[in-house]
Every structure is written in structure tokens, then in C-alpha cells.
Design a protein around this ligand. Structure first.
Ligand SMILES: [Zn+2]
Length: 279
């Protein structure tokens, strides 16, 4: 599933390709991906200009303005296998393409592709989008948190670290890959309870999370099983740097012990039993 580094890479790609462009025809093949009225979506998009593209947690926010209509934001969650592609309109449609948007002047097309269809969209007034679900429930952005913010947020929590990192209400944007990688980088066990951590361990986790997310962003995210790609259709490179995720049975790059696999918080979890002992 695309997480913060992948969604941020897509946001940057969309920003570069689309800001300032005016939307023309919208072709919607799967109206059921919309959580708001599809008729309104089809009526409101054409003629609007892309004013900006933002990310909040794992959500993309495409701000659409018009000189005589209320500003709207098109919210996109990529789910498990969602892809937003900006391609020459002449490129043949790939299977599982659920939406096409043309622009003025014609030439490139924005396409949404999603084989498993766990992704979804909504069209909301820009003034309301951060005050309503799903965004209103999100915790802070990890890359905008200071150590003091992180200590304050995590210091209030009880429970296992992996479950807390996955909880979007605690911290937004971290999913299964980066929770596993950050816990390894911090030398902390996925089931370690937050309330039993010393300040030095919280600091280590904060620094590990910053380091892992920034490195993943620099590598344009992780691509596994042909899921996530950039707006140009290119896979990310961070999977080559994974220390534990997807490496079950392989030797730990630090100590040589076989990486173990278990289920924590109903999610597939990878860790080194030697480097990540419980405190
Ligand atoms: Zn190890």
C-alpha cells in the first residue's frame, strides 16, 4: 500500500505536471470509487484549474479553483494498488483504468488505475476538507514533528509500538513497510509497549522514523508487486534498501540472524530477533 513517501512522490509529480492546467472532459468508468455524488463530480470538474496538489497522511488533495464557483478539493486515497498517471493521451488505455481527465490544451491525460479497487475519491469544498472525515481524524505529519512533539504524542499512548505507528490518528502516513523499517532502525521490537519505553528509546524511534522516511522519499518510495508507481509510471527504488520488510529468512544486514516474520496488529511484520529485543 502506498505510504507517506509514495504518496508524497505522486503529489510532487502531479504538482509539476498539472498546476495551472485547466480540466476539460472527464470520463468516469467506475463511479463507485467516489464517496461523493458522481454527477456533481462530472459537472464540477470541467473548466476548473488545478491550483495546487497537497498531501495529508496517505491522502492526495488536488485543489481545483474557478473564477465564479466555490473552490473544491478532489481527495484521492490510492488504497492498495491505486496509481495516478499523467500520460500522453495517445498512449493506449491500460486495464483497470477507472478515470481519464483531459486538459486544455489537449495532449496529456490524467488517469486513475487500480486493479484491486481499494482506493477511493471524494470532492469536497476546499474550506471544509480538513475539518471533515477522513482528514479531521488524522494525527500529525511525522516529517513536520519536532522531537518534543513526538515525545508528547507517543508519551500519551499505551500499547505496542507497531500498532501505534500504524494508527493514523496517532501519526499520519506511516504504514506497514515504514513501521517495520523504522522499528528495525531504532532497534525496537514491534510488540514493545510504548508505556515501558525510556526517553532515550523514544528519541531513537523519532530519529529512525525521520531517517527512514526521508531516505524512502529520496528513493521515490518502495515498489512491491507492481503496485505503486510515480505519475510517469516509474517504480520507486527504496525496496532495495529495505532491512527487514519482505526479507523473512534472509540474514539481518547488521548481525546475520535470520529475519523473522510474525503478525502484529493483524499485519504482516518483519523484524530481527537479535537487533530488536524487548526493553
Ligand atoms: Zn540483526
Amino acid at each position: 500500500m502506498p505510504e507517506l513517501p509514495e504518496v508524497e512522490t505522486v503529489a510532487r509529480g502531479l504538482r509539476q505536471a498539472l498546476v495551472g492546467r485547466t480540466l476539460a472532459a472527464v470520463t468516469l468508468h467506475r463511479p463507485d470509487l467516489l464517496r461523493t455524488d458522481p454527477a456533481l463530480f462530472l459537472a464540477e470538474l470541467p473548466g476548473r484549474t488545478v491550483a495546487g496538489v497537497r498531501r495529508r497522511g496517505k491522502y492526495l488533495l488536488i485543489d481545483l479553483t474557478s473564477p465564479d464557483r466555490e473552490a473544491l478539493t478532489w481527495l484521492v486515497h490510492l488504497g492498495m494498488t491505486g496509481q495516478l498517471l499523467v500520460l500522453p493521451a495517445a498512449v493506449p488505455l491500460q486495464s483497470h483504468t477507472h478515470l481519464q481527465v483531459d486538459f486544455v490544451p489537449a495532449g496529456r491525460q490524467l488517469r486513475y488505475r487500480d486493479p484491486r479497487r481499494f482506493g477511493f475519491w471524494a470532492l469536497l469544498p476546499t474550506a471544509q476538507v480538513e475539518k471533515e472525515p477522513p482528514l479531521v481524524h488524522l494525527g500529525p505529519e511525522p516529517l513536520e514533528m519536532s522531537l518534543a512533539d513526538f515525545q508528547a504524542v507517543m508519551g500519551r499512548q499505551r500499547g505496542g509500538l507497531k500498532a501505534l505507528l500504524l494508527n493514523q490518528r496517532v501519526i499520519a502516513g506511516v504504514g506497514n513497510i515504514y513501521a517495520d523499517e523504522a522499528l528495525f532502525a531504532a532497534g525496537l521490537h514491534p510488540r514493545q509497549r510504548a508505556e515501558e519505553l525510556r526517553p532515550v528509546h523514544l528519541r531513537r524511534l523519532y530519529e529512525a522514523l525521520q531517517r527512514v522516511l526521508r531516505a524512502a522519499l529520496a528513493a521515490q518510495g518502495s515498489s512491491i508487486d507492481a503496485g505503486y508507481v510515480s505519475v510517469e509510471g516509474r517504480p520507486g527504488n527504496y525496496q532495495d534498501q529495505h532491512q527487514v520488510y519482505g526479507r523473512t529468512g534472509h540474514p539481518c544486514r547488521h548481525c546475520g540472524t535470520a529475519i523473522q516474520h510474525t503478525v502484529v496488529a493483524s499485519r504482516s511484520t518483519h523484524f530481527c530477533p537479535r537487533c530488536q529485543r524487548r526493553k
